[in-house]
Design a protein around this ligand. Structure first.
Ligand SMILES: Nc1ncnc2c1ncn2[C@@H]1O[C@H](COP(=O)(O)OP(=O)(O)OP(=O)(O)O)[C@@H](O)[C@H]1O
Ligand SMILES: [Mg+2]
Length: 270
């Protein structure tokens, strides 16, 4: 097959391959599209935690975005980890220059092991400026709590938080329910038109490293191919659920999910 669309991914590298740019490229590829990247940071990590983070300078990030897209225009952009105000400003300049309307923002703030990945000034800038410029923002529960300064314990708390985020200028908010302790995981999409809850079976495993990166890249891919945002969220959550369900069990901590769960290899390549 030929790629169905082209996606620019702006995010950090995860040396363990389970999250970040690596998870994004795998997702976009496994769902049939072409991935380009602007790397914002290089993390040394494995399934047990983050050892160090090296930031890429803001000008270099802007160069990656603008120079790459001047040549191959993406149909959609997925934005992941942006750790500082300078980086966020650069990304805002970049996306304004390249004029792509379909943008999914995964506001990564905390790694699965609990490490904070972004400073407070950067959070303020995300909330004030970037949120308004994207089609969809996909916080997990701790991130939605930080954004809205509320506590989230139930699905109705998730809806309240999403509505608060709409009041900051977000067009569509998908709050991910992976952190609540229920038998069913509920991801909730809220916009001015209403509320849609995507329910999937909660899988009992510690191997959920990269679920958030994978989900936002999957949504960006479906959205780039012309599906509605609602349908893209529904298909994205199904893909992640199937990738978690394969349970690879790599590493000693929070292991990766199986991005290949959507792929069949042709006979001549086996
Ligand atoms: N144990 C699980 N079983 C089934 N689905 C899950 C599970 N954990 C997370 N998900 C799904 O994975 C997706 C990402 O949600 P999650 O809340 O884990 O995001 P996240 O915390 O941003 O992930 P990450 O730690 O990779 O940043 C959502 O669609 C959520 O419903
Ligand atoms: Mg996340």
């Amino acid at each position: 097959m030929k790629p169905k669309s082209k996606i620019l991914i702006i995010a950090g590298s995860d040396s363990s391959g389970g999250a970040g740019i690596q998870a994004d490229i795998k997702t976009v590829t496994a769902l049939g599209s072409y991935a380009m990247t602007a790397i914002t940071a290089i993390t040394s990590q494995n399934t047990t935690g983050v050892k160090s983070i090296l930031s890429v300078n803001a000008k270099e990030i802007l160069n990656q975005i603008v120079f790459t897209c001047k040549d191959i225009k993406p149909d959609a952009i997925k934005i992941g980890m942006l750790h500082s105000s300078e980086v966020i400003k650069s990304v805002i300049t970049g996306i304004t220059k390249i004029k792509v309307s379909k943008i999914i923002l995964d506001p990564v703030m905390v790694a699965k092991g609990g490490q904070r990945l972004i400073d407070n000034k950067a959070i303020g800038l995300l909330k004030k400026h970037l949120v308004k410029k994207v089609s969809l923002i996909t916080p997990n529960i701790p991130e939605a709590e930080i954004f809205t300064k509320t506590k989230i314990k139930t699905t109705s708390d998730m809806i309240n938080a999403a509505n608060l985020m709409l009041s900051y200028g977000a067009k569509n908010v998908l709050i991910k329910g992976g952190h609540l302790n229920n038998k069913i995981v509920s991801d909730i999409l809220v916009n001015k038109k209403g509320i849609k809850i995507f329910k999937n079976k909660k899988i009992s495993t510690i191997n959920t490293h990269g679920t958030g990166c994978t989900l936002s890249s999957a949504i960006a891919t479906y959205f780039s191919c012309g599906k509605t945002l609602k349908k893209s969220c529904e298909l994205g959550t199904k893909y992640v659920n199937s990738a978690i369900g394969s349970n690879l069990n790599y590493g000693k901590g929070h292991g990766p999910i199986n991005h290949l769960s959507s792929v069949v290899i042709k006979k001549k390549f086996r």
